[in-house]
Design a protein around this ligand. Structure first.
Ligand SMILES: Cc1cc2nc3c(=O)[nH]c(=O)nc-3n(C[C@H](O)[C@H](O)[C@H](O)COP(=O)(O)OP(=O)(O)OC[C@H]3O[C@@H](n4cnc5c(N)ncnc54)[C@H](O)[C@@H]3O)c2cc1C
Length: 255
């Protein structure tokens, strides 16, 4: 007997088609891609989608990408970092062109999302922690926070290889000004700006403690990056007194 999907279930499993309307370098290894997806239902800040590529011989590869945009628009923004030996990301960063179409599935994920205080009635501060491209879903949260004029205190700790590798650098700088500004701290692992007070190096527990909202203030923590980064940081946060239930994580893969 053929399976019959209820409309809601069918929508959850459906693949949509998006057309690339903008593609530009974000850093020397990453690219910002904006898609027009006519039947996109909108998405919450922090959600992701799946991209499916199909080769001429029918071979398919699917990867997840966080959504940098949020809200009711049919424009969906991604930012993809190229892994040199990767199967999918080199195509998205180097070959995909404006006018091309992509198969998408989503929006996905209901856990790693941030909702404005008007919906949650939650006055606790928010601490965002990004490793590399892990900043993408956190940017969506910061954008939503600004768009809804939400009074929650927001702080972002961004661990990145070098100043040139910062995603959305100009926009993040702008978000540190204005009403209820974002508090932004960087940790550089390979090369720091020339006048930076701390030498470049892997993030330490001491740096983490210095740059995050103290556990006593019970921040809601959103932590995103490679699997190794997320596990190391989450372990230190718990050692520093943050409750495991207050730490939401998204792992991008890799060590
Ligand atoms: C929920 C979710 C959201 C994501 N959002 C983004 C995003 O916004 N931007 C983005 O650039 N990527 C994001 N990723 C990662 C993305 O899905 C792919 O894993 C990444 O683009 C590599 O795919 P690939 O096919 O090029 O490499 P693959 O062929 O899958 O892998 C190549 C090699 O790189 C390793 N590897 C895979 N992923 C990573 C990683 N993240 N870091 C280090 N090494 C890795 C693999 O183990 C393998 O050795 C997200 C992943 C998840 C699960």
């Amino acid at each position: 007997m053929d399976a019959v999907l209820e409309p809601a279930a069918a929508a959850r499993t459906a693949w949509r088609v998006g057309t690339v309307v903008e593609a530009r370098p974000e850093t020397s290894t990453a690219r910002r891609i904006v898609l027009e997806v006519p039947d996109w239902p909108g998405n919450d800040a922090g959600q992701h989608l799946d991209v499916r590529l199909t080769a001429p011989d029918g071979y398919q590869a699917t990867r997840s990408y966080s959504i940098a945009s949020a809200g009711a628009s049919t424009r969906v923004e991604l930012a993809v970092d190229e892994l040199p030996d990767g199967e999918v990301s080199p195509f998205l960063v180097q070959d995909l062109a404006v006018g091309d179409q992509l198969e998408l599935h989503g929006p996905l994920g209901g856990y790693f999302v941030w909702m404005p205080q008007s919906e949650t009635h939650d006055e606790r501060p928010v601490q965002l922690i990004a490793g590399g491209s892990g900043v993408v879903p956190l940017l969506a949260m910061v954008r939503s926070h600004r768009a809804t004029v939400d009074p929650t205190a927001f702080r972002l700790l961004y661990a990145v290889r070098a100043p040139d590798d910062v995603f959305y650098s100009r926009e993040l700088a702008e978000l540190t000004a204005g009403p209820n500004p974002l508090r932004l701290d960087f940790v550089y692992s390979r090369r720091a700006p020339h006048d930076w007070p701390v030498p470049a190096g892997r993030i330490t527990r001491e740096a983490l403690e210095a740059f995050v909202v103290p556990a006593a203030q019970r921040p809601r923590v959103y932590l995103c990056g490679s699997t190794g980064f997320v596990e190391r940081i989450a372990g230190w946060l718990i050692e520093l007194g943050h409750a495991p239930g207050d730490i939401r994580t998204e792992r991008f893969g890799g060590s």
